[in-house]
Design a binder for this molecule. Sequence first.
Ligand code: KIV
Length: 269
Amino acid sequence: MRAKDVRERKGDDEPLTMLTAYDAPTAEVLEAAGVDLLLVGDSVGNLRLGYDSTLPVTVDQIASHTAAVARATDEAMVIADMPFLSFGADPDEAVEHAGRMLKEAEADAVKIESGPHTVELTERLTQLGIPVQAHLGLTPQHENETGLFRQGTDESAAKQILDLAHKHERAGAFSLVLEHVPANVAAQVTESISIPTIGIGAGPDCDGQVLTIDEVIGLSESVAPFSKAFGDVRGEMRSAAEAYIDAVGSGEFPADDHSHYEDDVDDIY
Ligand code: KIV
C-alpha cells in the first residue's frame, strides 16, 4: 500500500487498520490477517527493549526493526517511526535519518511526532519523495514536558491540534495519527481535513484506528485504558514455557521422535 492508496481511503466505509510490528514473524502474521499499515513504532523501546520510555530508541534500532518488518511484507504499508531527536534539530540530518528508513530499511513512509517545528520538515520530506504520517495529540517523545496525559481537552489546546492538523495536511502529510484526544475533537479534525486520520484513544470517528500489537495480542503486562487486549499471548507464552520446563524435568522431552542416533558413533570413548 502506498501513500496515495491511504489517501484514497479517506472517508471510506471500511476504516483503515494500523498496528505496530517490530519483527518479521509478527509482520507476516499481521499482513496475512489483513492489516493495512504496519508501524514500526518507537514504542519498541518500552514494549520490547526494556527501556522505561521511547526516548532512548535510536535511528539504528528503528532502521533494524523496520528492515525486519519490510522483509516480511508485500502488501501492507510499512511506516518507520522517527525516534526522539532524529529530527527537529538539524533539518539536513532529519532528511538523512528519514532517507535511511526508505533507502536502507525499505520502509514506505515515516511517522513524525509533530508540532509547529515539523511543518517545514514535512513539506521538505514530501517534496523529496518521503511520505510523512504526522502525529498529533499525545506525543510520548514530549513526555518530560506534557506527561502521558490526554491532550486537547480545553478549547485553546483543541484549536491548536486542529490548526496543526491543517498545517501538516498543507505541508503534504498523507495521514495523521491522533493520540489520546477527546473523541469530539478527533471527529472535527477528521471532518475538516482531506487526509485520513488514524486514532488511538481518539474515539470512533477517525478514518482508521491504531494500537500497539503488544496490547492487542495481550503480550504487555498492562493495557492503556483506551486500548484493548484481544488475546492472551502472555498467558499462552507462560503456559508453554511452564509445560516445556515440566516436560524437560520429567524426562518426557526430548522423546525418541525428537532425537536421532547413528550406528557409527556408538564407541567414541
Ligand atoms: O510508537 C508507537 O507505537 C506509536 C503509536 C502508538 C501510534 O506512536
